[in-house]
Design a protein around this ligand. Structure first.
Ligand code: EPU
Length: 296
């Protein structure tokens, strides 16, 4: 249970709620409430919130766009911090500086409109910048880590730092952000032509929608691709397209997407994940690793 005294929040200016529903904040629309939900107004407010939570011994997690996340049906203990209000995007010469809460697709289209090239590989990827950096979001054309010059973070000691990622900081669908909180990202761009950039974005979006379901009702690819192989293809080959557990169905369009057909639960997802893993392991001897993060 949360301590009644959260007096450290007296100077907090953002939003604050107890037993706040989290399912609407995820693309899967799954999950129970957060014991405490905190939505800081700006970076200073993030510092206040984290200090207050630490001082009162309340554990916390950071929510991004909820597009790569499975939240327990029973909800989560402690606090969930959403950085959705840190959504400022500045397109400058050679760099886009964006708050952790900015939506990735808005960053990509704002850059294209301003003639800033280099972010096209990220077109059509859901989520917010903080989560994208944390999980090194990407497509077959590249990942956000490829263009990340620096990341503003809040360290576990409560210090704001500008981190310049060293070689090896970003790997396939992971980063070494660890327990630092992403506050903003500095993304490298080149001069480009807005019309060409928008056209390229449209091509990539169409390509994506041609082989994958849309953004709502799924969490993107459930599993990482094992080196040199496609998880979707292996799940498909195992005959799992349209397989179902409760309200969760393996997408008939792309087998690495699990769709919430209505009323799906995290327990349903877990059951389907286990069945798929067992089948792929039996057929290919490969242990699939989850790409989706799990909050219990
Ligand atoms: N395939 C099948 N059946 C399926 C799905 C795929 O046979 O049900 C085959 C395709 O025909 C293709 C191959 O598997 O020959 C690869 O499929 P696809 O081109 O769709 O790429 P993917 O490896 O499944 C990756 C990323 C996606 C990203 C796409 C396009 C991972 C886990 N997935 O998918 O990223 O959108 O490339 O760039 O890295 C995500 O990470 O959440 C995600 C959706």
């Amino acid at each position: 249970m949360l301590p009644v005294d959260l007096s450290g929040f007296s100077s907090f200016r953002g939003g604050f709620a107890r037993e706040h529903p989290l399912a609407p904040l995820t693309t899967w629309r799954i999950g129970g409430p957060a014991e405490l939900y905190v939505e800081p107004a700006d970076v200073d407010d993030v510092v206040v919130a984290v200090e207050a939570l630490r001082a009162s011994g309340v554990p916390y997690r950071v929510l991004g766009g909820g597009s790569n996340l499975l939240i327990s049906d029973r909800g989560v203990r402690g606090a969930v911090i959403s950085l959705a209000r840190l959504n400022r995007i500045d397109v400058l010469e050679g760099v886009v500086v964006t708050g952790a809460g900015a939506l990735l697709h808005q960053v990509v289209s704002r850059a294209a409109d301003a003639g800033a090239a280099g972010l096209e590989a990220l077109a059509g990827i859901p989520g917010r910048i903080g989560g994208a950096i944390f999980g090194n979001a990407g497509s077959r054309y590249g990942a956000i880590g490829d263009v990340t010059l620096a990341v503003d973070v809040l360290t576990p000691d409560g210090e704001c730092e500008c981190l310049v990622p060293p070689a090896g900081f970003f790997e396939y669908r992971r980063s070494r952000i660890g327990d630092r909180i992403v506050l903003a990202a500095h993304l490298a761009t080149d001069a480009g032509d807005p019309i060409t950039l928008r056209a390229r974005q449209q091509v990539l979006l169409r390509e994506r929608l041609g082989s994958q379901p849309g953004w709502v009702g799924n969490a993107g690819c459930v599993f990482k691709n094992p080196a040199g192989r496609s998880a979707g293809q292996m799940i498909d080959d195992a005959g799992f397209k349209s397989e179902r557990e409760g309200g969760i169905v393996v997408s008939p369009r792309h087998a690495n997407f699990f769709e919430n057909a209505g009323g799906g639960t995290a327990d349903d997802v877990d059951r389907l994940v286990n069945r798929v893993r067992d089948a792929v392991h039996r057929a290919h001897g490969v242990e699939l690793e989850m790409e989706v993060k799990r909050w219990r």
